[in-house]
Structures are given as structure tokens and as C-alpha cells.
Ligand binder design. Sequence first.
Ligand SMILES: [Zn+2]
Length: 254
Amino acid sequence: MTAPDYISPIVGYRVWCSDAAGLKSLNGIPWRPGKALIAECSTQGNHETPQSNCTCGVYASKSLDHLRRLGLTENRICGEVWLWGTVVEHEEGWRAEFAYPKRLMVPLSMVSFNISKVEPWLASLSAYSCDISIDAETGSVPLWRTDCGIDATGIELLLRRCKEWYVQRAEQRKIKRGDRMAVKGHGIAIVEDIDSDCVQAVLGNRSVLRIGCNEVVWCDQYTRWETAAGVSIGLTAFRTQGNERLLEHKQNAN
Ligand SMILES: [Zn+2]
């Protein structure tokens, strides 16, 4: 049984994953820029695809909303897709012999904050020569147009977001009272005071430490401050019930 041949392409909706090589179906099949994806039958094989009584063909939905209801759109590239050749119609979508992306819509959350990574990523998607837009909270923003290339509105959005991220990150990396600091050989201390040269922190045993600001580094892995290896720690006081007993010696941390 052969399905009808559609001369004019149909426009359906799909979702894709992407990596450095470009778009991929959710089952990992790569979509090559400039080349139609040709359906193959992996269930019955050896017949022209798609067949009405089989499940083969390149799948596309009749609406984006249908894909949302199926829970397929979260953190994925959504878009329109051309379908042509033999096409089998179903209630909610189609199975086609040939397919090619028509328009790509990328959730903003999927775009890197690092603008140097955006460039190769955009190059891999623009190779498909279809319009690309960013789905932001404020709506859809064009990023790439087939007729004129990069759209300034989209690039400005990504640059602004990148800048905000770096400012926020720099603010988080400023040592503050109450921050945790791992002190080599002593355990975790809580930052109590900071001046232009030194950080004062208190260990769990109430020992008060003074450490040079340039000897304290941020650790991304454990999201806390750490003292550099081999740093000399000055134990300046021992705090007991609000009183400080001064220590006269300095202790070297391991
Ligand atoms: Zn088949």
C-alpha cells in the first residue's frame, strides 16, 4: 500500500537536539546542512518509506502545541520543517519521505552565556540556511535571517545577557562577611571581617585567623573560598564567650 505523493511541501513542526555538528533527531539521527533527510525503514526494511501500514518516515507534528503537550519541547530546538515526497497523514501529524528544516526556534536558556561559544554554535545552525530565532521571556527575537544573515536584535540580546551574567558572577566572587572559607589544615572558617589587606575568619573551634586577601581564592567546584596551599595563617585570637584571648604564636597551615 503506497501513500499519496505530495508535490508541494507540507510544513510541519519538530524538535531537535544540537551539538557542534548541527541538528540531530531525538533518536540521534543527524540532519546535514543543505541535504534533505531521507527516511529509512528500520522495522520492516526493504520497502519504500513511509508506508501507511508501517511506522517509518520522518515524523512531524501539525502544531507546536502538540509537541508541548507531549513534553518534547523543554530545552530543545523547536521549529518548522518542510516535508515532501511520500507523506502519510495522521490525526496529529505526518510521516514523510523527505524533510528539511524551514525555521528554528531556540530557547534562550539553551544559548551559552559565553559569547565566544555562541559564534561557532550559530555558525553550525546558520549552515542550514533557515531563519533562526531566540525564544526569550519577552517573546521571539530574530537571530539569523536567510536573506541578510545575523540580526542585530538577537545578537544584542545575547550580548546584554552575557554582560549581566559576568557582572553577577563578579559580584558573587567578592568575598563577604558570612562566606565560608576552607582553611588548609584547619577546616571551615566563616569570614568575619575584610579590610584592604586581610580577611579575618573564625574557625569552628573559635580560633580567629587573619589571612592575606591575595592568599584567598574562589573554588568553583565547592562554591566556597579556599586558602592557597602552603599559606601562612596567623592565629590572632581565641574567642571564648564573647571574649578574645590573644595568641602569641603563628601557626603554619599545611
Ligand atoms: Zn517501514
